[in-house]
Design a protein around this ligand. Structure first.
Ligand code: AMP
Ligand code: MG
Length: 558
């Protein structure tokens, strides 16, 4: 598909020409997202959008290519305006050309749904009616936009959930692929597309125990001229009136045969009589599953048992896959004691270590866990003493100390270890003090110590980074419906609300679970989803449409 992407700080033209020659496509679909003069009940004058232009361009292209694999279109043009965009003006223009309208509509709909989640372009602020569009609010010059791309302007601001996810996505790059045996490859991300090295099945095979005859042989009686077992290879031609005894799975001796089930014949020595004729030929034809050279398992697939069985079928025993991740996880806080201890007043048992260890089960990785003393220098010494060292870890996770109290040193620690802090707060509940840092190919998270925040941050942030590091796709929000009213006080932050996804309805039904605070994990036995509750939303009715992130799903245990 021909793709054109522009990020601009100028107004988007009123008329945009479709690509290619007139008449070459059947549909040219255009969409304009226009800034509304109202947001959350107040009148606004403009919205300010910010972007990492190179990454945004790359992600938009990637997204369009991915969606066009399902909805093939001829061309797409995306123009996104950044900087200050006055109400009434176009923030985004998308044009899609395709042979028929169906593909274009499907591609556009999916692209617009995914854009917010996947692309590092975010709404920085709404400028209230009456506010001056002062210098700070003027459209950013491309050079400023580039500075943001370098990361320098990114650390201070409070990130929205979408912004944070887009940044995690674009800053967590796939680690170099390795070759692994099939026994080692479960759960790894395939980094090459595996194509069929030959037709599957490679020859016509019988699906029954019975007798192979010519497909159009109308004889009443046959002579049995040979026997072919499943492991035999006996090519030969058959004459009219000849039959070959075949076992299930046996390679048929030549083309254009059918197999009469043994239940449908009467045999007398070398002679047989067909007593019933079926429509089915009882033959698995050569290449009917897949033709030589056709893709079997696409790159980017997280290899499950079924995919590994396909690789085994075609003899691909050393696929190119993501490496096992090396993860270092530290708890912090002098109040933390191990779960087998009885906490003295003021102390608390460590539940985050086992939580993280369990959640990491979904990712092939080697996990080292430890505890850091609540003293910066002592903590640095502890990290330095750790083997394998910090320099060999792909991911560093620190539980607690991510906030701004005087003992909260996670940010300083990560900086001291050479991590660039991409953001340090999210406008989210639970989980506001979440730090994300990068150091070359390595990523680090400072997770808020409260266990429910931990659970939430792991799923929307850490899991996304781990997926990207392996070259896979981060888990996406899905659309569902509440199966029970969600009652709450309005919160200025967006909330990821623990819920139970009920599997017995056509549309996913989400039952919100009770939680008292970000330290309350009593709902986690039942939680298998996080429902996205918009900021300032007091309650959502039973039946309300919601976005949700499936989490911690276990077959059988859900
Ligand atoms: P912090 O993020 O360090 O301010 O910690 C916030 C809350 O989380 C405090 O009540 C801590 O005691 C608690 N907390 C920190 N680490 C853990 C842990 N590993 N397990 C359980 N609770 C923790
Ligand atoms: Mg602490």
């Amino acid at each position: 598909m021909e793709i054109e992407i522009q990020l601009t700080d100028r107004a988007i033209a009123e008329t945009i020409l479709p690509p290619g020659q007139p008449g070459a496509v059947g549909a040219w679909l255009e969409f304009r997202g226009v800034v509304r003069s109202e947001e959350n009940g107040r009148t606004i004058r403009a919205l300010e959008y910010e972007a990492y232009p190179e990454m945004a361009g790359r992600e938009i292209r990637r997204l369009l290519q991915k969606i066009s694999a399902r909805h093939p279109c001829r061309a797409a043009k995306v123009i996104h305006r950044v900087g200050v965009i006055p109400a009434g003006e176009t923030a985004i223009y998308v044009g899609v050309a395709s042979p028929h309208r169906g593909e274009a509509i499907a591609l556009l709909a999916e692209f617009m749904d995914r854009l917010k989640q996947d692309v590092p372009i975010w709404k920085r602020r709404a400028i209230a009616d009456g506010a001056r569009l002062c210098a700070e609010h003027q459209p950013q010059r491309p050079s400023n936009v580039q500075a943001a791309a370098a990361g320098s302007a990114t650390t201070a601001a409070l990130r929205s959930l979408d912004e944070a996810r887009a940044e995690i996505r674009s800053r967590s790059r796939p680690l170099p692929a390795v070759r692994a045996s099939l026994a080692e490859a479960l759960g790894r991300v395939l980094r090459e597309t595996i194509c069929a090295p030959e037709d599957l099945p490679p020859v016509d095979r019988s699906t029954r125990d019975g007798y192979a005859i010519h497909a159009d042989d109308a004889s009443k009686t046959f002579s049995v001229v040979d026997t072919i077992h499943a492991a035999d290879w006996k090519p030969r031609q058959l004459k009219t009136g000849e039959a070959v005894r075949v076992a299930t799975g046996a390679a048929l001796p030549c083309g254009a045969l059918r197999v009469v089930m043994q239940e449908h014949i009467e045999r007398d020595g070398d002679k047989l009589r067909v007593v019933r004729r079926e429509n089915s030929t009882n033959v698995r034809l050569r290449g009917e599953e897949v033709r030589q050279g056709q893709p079997l398992v696409p790159a980017g697939t997280k290899l499950n048992a079924g995919a590994l069985a396909i690789l085994a079928t075609v003899g691909n025993v050393n696929p190119l896959v993501s490496p096992r991740l090396r993860i270092l996880h530290f708890t912090t806080g002098n109040e933390i004691v191990t779960p087998d201890q009885t906490p003295k007043p003021g102390q608390i048992r460590d539940s985050n270590s086992i939580l993280i260890r369990g959640l990491l089960q979904n990712f092939p990785c080697d996990v080292e866990q430890g505890h850091l003393p609540e003293n910066f220098e002592a903590a640095m010494l502890e990290i330095a003493a750790r083997k394998p060292g910090i320099e060999n870890a792909d991911v560093l996770l620190v539980s607690g100390g991510a906030s701004v109290g005087e003992k909260d040193f996670t940010r300083a620690l990560l900086e001291q270890l050479g991590f660039e802090i991409v953001f340090s707060q999210i406008n989210l509940r639970p989980g506001r003090p979440l730090i994300f840092g990068v150091n070359g190919p390595r990523v680090a998270f400072g997770l808020p110590g409260n266990p429910l925040s931990h659970f939430v941050c792991f799923h929307f942030a850490v899991a996304a980074a781990l997926a990207c590091l392996t070259g896979g796709e981060p888990p996406e929000f899905l659309r569902g419906q509440l199966g029970k009213k969600l009652d709450d006080k309005p919160c200025p932050r967006e909330t990821l609300w623990p819920a139970r996804w009920e599997w017995n309805a056509a549309t996913p039904r989400l039952r919100p679970l009770a939680w008292a605070s970000s330290g309350d994990i009593t709902c986690l036995t039942a939680a298998n989803a996080l429902v996205r509750v918009p900021a300032n939303c007091a309650s959502l009715d039973d039946g309300a449409k919601v976005d949700f992130l499936p989490v911690a799903a276990m077959i059988g245990g859900g």
